[in-house]
Write a protein that binds this ligand. Structure first.
Ligand code: UDP
Length: 233
């Protein structure tokens, strides 16, 4: 069986990296994700990763602080996650590069599109840190932006839930899971897949989003184009 895609963008939320701990980085989880990424690479698929930062900090929920400052703290949080993932990947002999939208060249490369593409072509995993580099945006929007720039064929949105529901499945036993959705439906129904900025960017650039529960098996299934989770297109 051949993989469905040549180049994918994997979006990992900060929450996913925290695992059951709910805060900070759970090494076991990060190591598992690294193994999954390695497997995807081994079947010849190029992988770019955008990491979130919600396991450390979220700008929009830090009350009383200047929003811009709070957002910059959030962006710094994503860099910690990027470095942890880089370390886990390099430990299992996967070549990686971290590129940050805010320059911090002692610890990572600055974001340079052409260089990032070249890394992917050379089978290096490129991890994008510090989101878009701008306050008032999210790492979901960074994922949409980098996917467009890298010409990734799909965004793999690995989450704690196994797809998109009409209401919160944790709170409502009768919540219904969608198999597929259009971007407009996501926007109109205000479904919590991505924020509206990210969804619009994907819509305008025809980038499909596959939402599924984060497991090694699922990442592979998604890459083979299997019918898991919810596809937004
Ligand atoms: N952030 C930002 N601009 C960006 C990306 C992120 O200001 O382009 C900040 C924002 O404060 C956000 C935080 O970084 O709350 C962490 O990112 P996000 O909430 O997207 O992480 P996730 O929910 O995926 O863990």
């Amino acid at each position: 069986m051949e993989p469905e895609y040549k180049r994918v963008l994997l979006k990992l939320s900060g929450e996913a990296l925290a695992g059951d701990k709910g805060f900070g980085i759970n090494n076991e989880v990060v190591n598992e994700i690294a193994v999954a990424i390695k497997k995807v690479q081994e079947i010849g698929v190029e992988v770019a990763v955008v990491v979130g930062g919600g396991n450390f900090w979220r700008g929009r929920t830090s009350e009383g602080m200047d929003r811009t400052t709070a957002d910059y703290i959030g962006m710094l949080a994503t860099v910690m996650n990027a470095m942890a993932l880089q370390d886990a990947l390099e430990n299992i002999d996967v070549e990686t590069r971290v590129q940050t939208a805010i320059e911090m060249k002692e610890i990572a490369e600055p974001y340079i599109r052409r260089k990032a593409v070249r890394h992917l072509e050379k089978e290096r995993v490129v991890i994008f840190g510090s989101g878009t580099g701008n306050p008032y945006f999210s790492t979901d929007t960074a994922a949409a932006l980098r996917a467009a720039e890298m010409e990734a064929e799909i965004i793999l949105l690995a989450k704690k839930v196994d797809g998109v529901y009409d209401k919160d499945p944790v709170l409502h036993a009768d919540a219904k899971k969608f198999n597929e959705l259009s971007y407009i439906e996501v926007l109109q129904k205000e479904l919590k897949v991505m924020d509206s900025t990210a969804t619009s960017l994907c819509m305008d650039n025809s980038i499909p989003i596959k939402v599924f529960e984060l497991t090694t098996e699922n990442i592979l299934k998604a890459v083979y184009g299997e019918n898991i989770g919810t596809i937004v297109h």
